[in-house]
Design a protein around this ligand. Sequence first.
Ligand code: PLP
Length: 394
Amino acid sequence: MTDFAESDWQLETLAIRAGADRTQFGEHSEAMFLTSSFVFENAAQAAARFGGTEPGNIYARFTNPTVTAFQTRLAALEGAEFCVATASGMAAITSCIMGLLSAGDHIVASKSLFGSTVQLFNTILSRFGITTTYVDLADLAAWEAAIQPNTRMLFVETPSNPLTELADIAALAEIAHRRGALLVVDNCFCTPALQRPLALGADIVVHSATKYLDGQGRVLGGAVLGNKQLLEPVFGFLRTAGPTLSAFNAWVILKGLETLQLRMEAHSRNALALASWLEQQPAVSRVFYPGLPSHPQYALAQRQQYLGGGIVTFEVKGGREAAWRVVDATRLMSITANLGDVKTTITHPASTTHGRITPEARAAAGITEGMLRIAVGLESIEDLKRDLLTGLVG
Ligand SMILES: *Cc1c(COP(=O)(O)O)cnc(C)c1O
């Protein structure tokens, strides 16, 4: 072996080493630069920086070395040329669309998107003349049929929340490109540790770094990743409009990335064990988890994702009353809709995340009254089973 370069490194190595740029002090852990602006040697350098003829930091709304380290590392993990870090996942989605779309443009999106994403599309983007059509994420013919002459973007989250349905990323990329649109994948649930949408043909990946990338429920953050030339206007939007990631949050998430692979494997292992156990429980009528052979898209999951991820959804017999009994009997799990934390969370989608839509819309989306979603954390699997058993047998 003669030339062992960063480009040869495996994901585990990149997650720990990529983007680490030491200062003159030789610190081992990445430095945190809490500074809003940067100084220049002289007037000529200031002019060159502002004029863009000399690279370097100017003001932290545009760039900051700690944020740059996070961007470089996450880009290495996603196999992306460029990364724009943002203040939250919603800031990432907003920046992606504000940077690339204009009034009159159209988006085709999967029906089962994160609630705030649907709110953004329906109540905010619509006021600026950007319209959205929603389709069933697994129905490729429906995606194709929804494309209009002004469709610029296909937007998908896979696996879906809470039903863990999968979209075929490679097939969607083919449709998007044939019809002159971009494919954007929200890779929040899998992270690059389990799924790499750009390698499957997607143009852009967006992240809520608030979830698994941080991994311990501490800070908000987000990112948009893809080709540099394509994302130049997204960076331009961020630079001007300012939904910038703070250096402190970038540092926290940078540290979170170091254990991403380990955590995602452990989340998936716990989730698979819990899902398999739930399938055996007489009080449970159905379990939704992409890592289970009973999942209707198991073959696609095996092909597209390295492991099943941390989200398990199941349905108990007896509707809302029985589901709430399981929630209320837990002593260990946190009753909250958040996910991507080492702490296991449990939520009743029909009365929380999907509580504001009509019962008919809920039924159409497949969300039943007996359904519960668990974002499986890293506690002992035996303790998690015991915590659920109380309410299941009660
Ligand atoms: C949480 C979440 C978001 C939004 O991220 P924030 O960091 O809360 O703004 C977007 N997409 C998915 C799939 C999410 O789970």
